[in-house]
Design a binder for this molecule. Structure first.
Ligand code: ARG
Ligand code: ZN
Length: 874
């Protein structure tokens, strides 16, 4: 059944307080719930959500309800007719954490108990109005066997505990802050705590703890540092302090997503907590910093102010991603963090916006809400917040945040509450801007210009349009902030004086607002030489920009002051050349490295040491998917061939420079994760990767040495990747050695699977099929599924789209096997099959057939059903 945003009605009953009692048992956990309920609408008939719960008893105000008064709903919920205006409902249910392979609700992982309740998991724990606009105060008592579960955690502050007969014990937790059920959490088991503390600026002493399995204590330092830095940053940047006596994090290996912001008890995928130099890469360290910050920041943007309904998901997610990105920019090299985030946005969100599941940042309808935890809601949602800040300015934005929280603390609100606060704080009308939340699809901006030498007048013409998306055939213009400058022939910044403005105050950078379908911006006083426009500096809006020629792109790549524009122009240049080479290859011509592109690389290499992190980004050719995204019908084979040929030729052309970089950037000192150290390793490994591709030379020998030296996981993995992509005789031994060293560390073993899944070798598909039968492959572990199946289908387009259709068949089989085990992950990994529209007819036919095969599966989950049926219908 489709849920529609316009059908929202307030909850019929509210729950003021919740008392939960858990008697934990692997197959028969008993949950007693006492809910202080109050009628909020007209009806006296109470309906509660429930899923896979066995009801043992129910009472109202202490009087047991006879079974005929408690009707079961088809969904698994309950209906009790004729309840009083306010009453105490008590239920007792039994659930089996061990049988819970969906990892939603209460489940076991490695013998320990964890919960995941967002979005609709609480109903798998007890009967409840499981919707975010029902906010309650919780007190939770957990009872369990003491040896199996020495640790008993829930939300809020500790409120007692003690011994029980038969080797059992109990602990009580009280959360003073009202919250929706999706923020409930329980963790219990044999875990150890890594402890620290943080004193808030008003003097509250907060006990911090990260709970992990024994043996992982030495891998929590970076997460703890990131947590303390986040707590401090939220105080200085937003004046927001933590509001409980404890902040606990628990890490779990079996987790559907990255992490969860449960009040006072964040639960994390181990991937975003555990890191040691020998086990985690620089990218892992950066991911931990970002995700720890993200979940911490949710305490105010998400928990204290929450969502009225799930259509408002971006209210908390877009805003919190914006906050974590801003924090990470502050912690590292801001420009490089920005372009890495833009790269990710374009890799994940643009295809979504162009595909069958395209939806606005605030969706209008859904079948399964878990399908809408998307790059659109998160990343595009963050870009929308970022644009708002750009439009109203940082000071008004901060005032708007203060106002938002002052107005809506302890409320469940809609996106209007956020936009309204920003509008009231700034005095700037944002009603048109709100279209960004309502319209799906990536706007396309086209630039053209003219210059009058006689008057020094330069006219910049910008047009915008947004392509149709499923259910939204026509689009309106959106307000697009275009941060820009104009460059003289030498690259110098020119004064930006719009017609009618005073010459004295002309700035060198400004933000134009493109609000209409077409607008001209006329600049005066520019002398006699045609200026070059530098547009979308810092990527001021999540749009595609067209209309700049190769010459302009090359000029900007070399001369612009804005690092984003320099990087972007080089990427666009390379993309244009790759598209040309793909077309030429289809006409029978072998790809050869264009001089212009070689020139851009030479210039980057020339200055590489000045900013190694930036150079590493600039040396990466656009991904195969990015290039495919520019074609009406993709040609994965040709794109792969062209990209590989360019990599080989670049490696060969600049071999001596790459070798020199690989030598000079070697670092014998201790491993450090500051931005500079990460940047140097990134550049050094980019050099190694090109050397590994080069026709001749010692790239593979260097990789063997670097792999064997085993200095840190970043360097080891970069070296192993070079070997895995090669025909080197040491390849198999290196893979075997890596497996032998790390078979007991699941996160490292995931990397072993992924390297092979994304290999550029032609035999990769067969290798992936074999790996799915490897004893270490485990369909029940989401990280492992993502590391092999996800990495292959979403990260290896050339092999996934093999003309045999074997790649499609492989993915379909995995989805079919996974759907009954973990529907959420199954629905997530099926996405690449939905891209059939942009493939050749022969491929599209097989993809559709595989989608049909999945759709015919009896008992298919509603999440997978929604994805597959929408993909077929598009
Ligand atoms: N709120 C979490 C976060 O962004 C994501 C949890 C989503 N879980 C889910 N099953 N859909 O940090
Ligand atoms: Zn989040």
């Amino acid at each position: 059944a489709t849920i529609r945003r316009e059908d929202y009605t307030p909850p019929a009953f509210l729950v003021d307080t919740v008392e939960l009692h858990f008697a934990l048992h692997p197959t028969a956990t008993r949950v007693r719930a006492r809910l202080a309920m109050r009628r909020n609408g007209e009806s006296h008939d109470l309906e509660l959500d429930g899923e896979e719960l066995m009801l043992l008893s129910a009472s109202i105000d202490g009087v047991a309800l006879p079974s005929y008064r408690v009707a079961s709903l088809p969904s698994g919920g309950l209906r009790i007719e004729g309840v009083p205006d306010s009453f105490m409902l008590e239920t007792l249910v039994e659930i089996s954490p061990e049988a819970n392979s969906e990892l939603s609700g209460l489940y076991l992982s490695g013998g320990n108990y964890f919960t995941q309740c967002e979005a609709e998991g609480f109903r798998r724990i007890t009967f409840f109005p499981d919707r975010p606009d029902v906010m309650s105060r919780y007190s939770v008592t957990i009872e369990a066997e003491k040896t199996a579960c020495p640790v008993l955690l829930s939300n809020g502050n500790p409120a007692g505990g003690g011994e029980l007969p038969d080797g059992r014990h109990w602990a009580k937790w009280e959360d003073p802050h009202p919250k929706p059920s999706y923020l409930f959490a329980l963790v219990a088991g044999d875990l150890v705590a890594v402890r620290d503390s943080f004193t808030t600026r008003s003097g509250r002493e907060v006990a911090l703890a990260i709970y992990v399995r024994q043996g992982d204590e030495d891998a929590c330092g970076h997460a703890m540092d990131s947590l303390k830095a986040s707590m401090a940053w939220d105080e200085t940047e937003y004046g927001l302090e933590y509001d409980l006596d404890v902040f606990n994090i628990a890490a779990v290996s079996d987790f559907n997503m990255g992490a969860m912001e449960n009040k006072g008890l964040n639960v994390f995928n181990t991937k975003y907590i555990l890191a040691r130099p020998d086990t985690a890469t620089d990218a892992d360290y950066e991911g931990i910093e970002t995700v720890v910050a993200h979940e911490y920041f949710h305490n105010w943007t998400g928990n204290r102010v929450t969502c009225r309904d799930w259509f408002q998901l971006s209210l908390k997610e877009g805003l919190t991603v914006f906050r974590d990105q801003h924090f990470s920019e502050f912690m590292g090299s801001a420009a490089v963090k920005r372009l890495a985030n833009v790269r990710r946005l374009r890799a994940a969100q643009f295809p979504e916006d162009a595909g069958p599941m395209a939806h606005p940042v605030r969706p209008d309808s859904y079948v399964e809400i878990n399908n809408f935890y998307t790059a659109t809601v998160y990343q595009k949602g963050s870009e929308v917040v970022r644009m708002m800040r750009e439009l109203i300015g940082p000071a008004s934005f901060r005032k708007g945040m203060d106002l938002y929280i002052a107005r809506h603390d302890n409320q469940a609100v809609t996106i209007e509450a956020f936009v309204g606060a920003m509008q009231d704080a700034s005095g700037i009308d944002l009603s048109r801007f709100a279209r960004w939340y309502a319209q799906a699809g990536t706007p396309e901006v086209t630039v053209s210009d003219s210059f009058d030498e006689a008057t020094g007048r330069y006219t910049l013409s910008l047009t915008q349009s947004t392509p149709p998306t499923p259910g939204q055939p026509t689009k309106q213009p959106v307000p697009i902030p275009v941060a820009m400058g104009l460059l003289g022939p030498d690259g110098a910044a020119l004064p930006l004086r719009l017609s009618g403005e005073n010459a004295a105050e002309a700035p060198e950078e400004r933000v134009l607002l493109l609000e209409e379908a077409k607008q001209d911006f006329v600049f005066e006083g520019l002398g006699t030489q045609r200026p070059v426009p530098s547009l979308l500096r810092g990527y001021s809006a999540p749009v595609k920009l067209h209309g700049l020629g190769l010459e302009t792109l090359g000029f900007l790549a070399a001369k612009d002051s804005d690092p984003f524009v320099r990087w972007e122009s080089a990427q666009q240049y390379a993309t244009a050349e790759m598209l040309r080479l793909v077309a030429a290859y289809r006409a029978g011509q072998e790809p050869t490295l264009p001089d212009g592109l070689a020139g851009i690389f030479a210039a980057v290499l020339e200055r590489a040491e000045q900013d190694p992190a930036f150079a590493a980004e600039a040396l990466a050719l656009p991904s195969e998917d990015f290039v495919a995204g520019q074609m009406r019908i993709a040609d994965p084979e040709a794109i792969h061939l062209v990209r590989q040929a360019l990599r080989r030729q670049l490696g060969t052309r600049f071999a001596s420079r790459f070798a020199a970089l690989h030598d000079s950037l070697a670092d014998a000192g201790p491993y450090r994760t500051d931005g500079d150290s990460i940047g140097r390793r990134a550049l050094r490994n980019a050099a190694l990767t090109y050397l590994g591709r080069a026709d001749a030379g010692d790239g593979l020998a260097r990789a063997r040495v670097q792999f064997a030296a085993g200095a840190n996981m970043t360097d080891v993995l970069a070296a192993l990747r070079v070997l895995v992509d090669s025909e080197d005789p040491a390849r198999e031994d290196a893979l075997a050695a890596f497996h032998a060293s790390w078979r007991a560390d699941p996160l490292v073993l995931d990397k072993w699977f992924t390297l092979q899944a994304v290999s550029t070798r032609p035999d990769t598909l067969a290798a992936v099929q074999a790996l799915a039968k490897h004893p270490d492959f485990d369909l029940r572990n989401p990280n492992r599924v993502r590391s092999l199946v996800g990495a292959f289908a979403a990260g290896n387009p050339a092999q996934f789209h093999a003309t045999s259709g074997e790649g499609y068949r492989f993915l379909a089989e995995m989805v079919i096997a996974l759907d009954p085990v973990n529907a959420q992950v199954a629905a997530r990994i099926v996405s690449p099959l939905g891209d059939w529209k942009r493939q050749s007819p022969d491929r599209a036919a097989i993809m559709r057939a595989e989608l049909e095969r999945i759709l015919a599966l009896p008992g298919l989950s509603k999440g997978t059903f929604e994805k597959v049926s929408k993909s077929l219908a598009a």
